[in-house]
Design a protein around this ligand. Structure first.
Ligand SMILES: [Zn+2]
Length: 200
């Protein structure tokens, strides 16, 4: 896990959103290989092992692999330049390295990747039943097959994405007030997180 991403981590517990305190054990070249994370509100503790932040409650989805290549993910997510982070969930994370080649200077976060760790370095790896990142902190989310059909995962994608930026899903296009659909084609949808005065 890229050490600067740890500033965006949040406790997954159902209390007011709260950051996690990192106590790193091993950091190599700004990448946390192992360490402890603790919540100052509820006291829950988590561990980064082999670079992976695992909440311990990931539920495997029986879903087909992603049909999107790295160049397609880059184009659909509409990132205009370097900086920030793009989150890839499930099958979308499998080709994270190919995505990285097309989004220079954008940090990548693989959530519930299959296989568990995308090939190569330069991708932060998280496993869990939600996206343990702060609200309105990411430049976009790509939901792989299965995840894009789950309302709870769509809600998580909307929550972590900055208002006005994009969420891409491989599945049936959702109809939600917090998403403005831009396009649907061949089992894939692209939407922006609606700007709302209720946004956190
Ligand atoms: Zn907590």
């Amino acid at each position: 896990m890229f050490i600067e991403l740890t500033d965006h981590l949040r406790c997954p517990a159902d209390h007011e959103e709260q950051f996690l305190i990192l106590l790193p054990d091993v950091v190599e070249d700004r990448w946390v290989r192992s360490g402890d994370l603790a919540c100052p509100v509820c006291g829950r503790a988590f561990r980064i092992t082999d670079g992976i932040f695992d909440l311990g409650d990931a539920v495997p989805l029986d879903a087909p692999p992603s049909m999107l290549g790295g160049d397609a993910v880059a184009a659909l997510s509409g990132l205009g330049g370097p900086g920030g982070y793009l989150v890839l969930v499930g099958g979308a994370a499998a080709n994270a390295v190919a995505v990285r080649e097309n989004v220079a200077g954008v940090g990548l976060v693989a959530v519930n990747a299959d296989p568990a760790r995308p090939d190569g370095d330069g991708v932060s790896v998280i496993r869990g039943g939600m996206i343990p990142l702060r609200s309105s902190s990411m430049r976009g989310v790509v939901l792989g097959p299965g995840y894009a059909d789950e309302p709870t995962w769509i809600s998580e994608a909307v929550r972590v994405t900055l208002p006005g930026l994009r969420i891409v899903g491989e599945g049936a296009a959702p109809e939600r007030e917090d998403l403005e659909l831009l396009a649907t084609a061949r089992g894939c949808w692209v939407a922006t997180r609606a700007r709302s005065r209720y946004s956190p």
